[in-house]
Ligand binder design. Structure first.
Ligand code: NI
Length: 169
C-alpha cells in the first residue's frame, strides 16, 4: 500500500466534476486501499478520489477514523436520492482545505445509491455523522468544497490567507 498526496485548495483539479467509474478492476481495488490508508494517516473521516488527483466517482469513509479496526466504507458512483430535515455540522473540516473549520447546514437524513467496491448496487439510508460525511464527500465529486458553503466574506479572507501562505513557502 502507499500513501497518496492530498491536493489542497486552490488546486483547480478539486473544482471539476469527476467521471463515473465504468469498470471494477484490480487497479481500482489498489486505489481504494491506498485511499483508505491515506485517509487514516491524515487523519480524516472521509476521502474522495479527486482529492488525491484521481478523476473517478469514488469515496472511502470511516466515521470512527479507526485504522486498527479498519472498517471503512466504499461507495462508487454515489448519488443522493433523498434529503430530509436539516442539521448544522459543527466545525466541519476538509483535508483539502487546511486550517478551515465551519458550521454548514446539511440534510439530517439522506438516502444514497451507488455501487460497493465489487460493483454490486447498494442503496441505504444514513443519518448523523455518516450522513454529513457522505454529503461532504459527494460534494467533492461535484467540484464543491466547504468554501462554497460559507459567506463570501469568510471565503475572501481564507483565500487571501492561503495565497499569502503559498507565496511565503
Ligand atoms: Ni473534504
Amino acid at each position: 500500500m502507499a500513501l497518496l498526496p492530498i491536493l489542497t485548495y486552490p488546486d483547480n483539479f478539486l473544482l471539476r466534476p469527476v467521471r463515473p467509474v465504468d469498470e471494477i478492476t484490480d487497479d481500482l481495488q489498489k486505489i481504494i486501499e491506498n485511499m483508505a490508508e491515506t485517509m487514516y494517516q491524515a487523519p480524516g473521516v472521509g476521502l474522495a478520489a479527486i482529492q488525491v488527483g484521481i478523476d473517478k466517482s469514488l469515496i472511502v469513509y470511516d466515521p470512527d477514523a479507526d485504522p486498527e479496526r479498519g472498517e471503512y466504507s466504499v461507495i462508487i458512483n454515489p448519488c443522493i436520492l433523498e434529503m430530509h430535515g436539516s442539521v448544522v455540522s459543527e466545525e466541519e473540516g476538509c483535508l483539502s482545505v487546511p486550517d478551515m473549520r465551519c458550521d454548514i447546514e446539511r440534510a439530517g437524513r439522506i438516502v444514497v445509491e451507488g455501487l460497493d467496491r465489487h460493483g454490486n448496487p447498494v442503496k441505504f439510508e444514513a443519518d448523523g455523522i455518516e450522513s454529513i460525511i457522505l454529503q461532504h464527500e459527494i460534494d467533492h465529486l461535484n467540484g464543491t468544497l466547504i468554501l462554497d458553503h460559507i459567506s463570501s466574506l469568510k471565503r475572501q479572507i481564507y483565500k487571501r490567507k492561503r495565497q499569502k501562505l503559498i507565496k511565503d513557502e
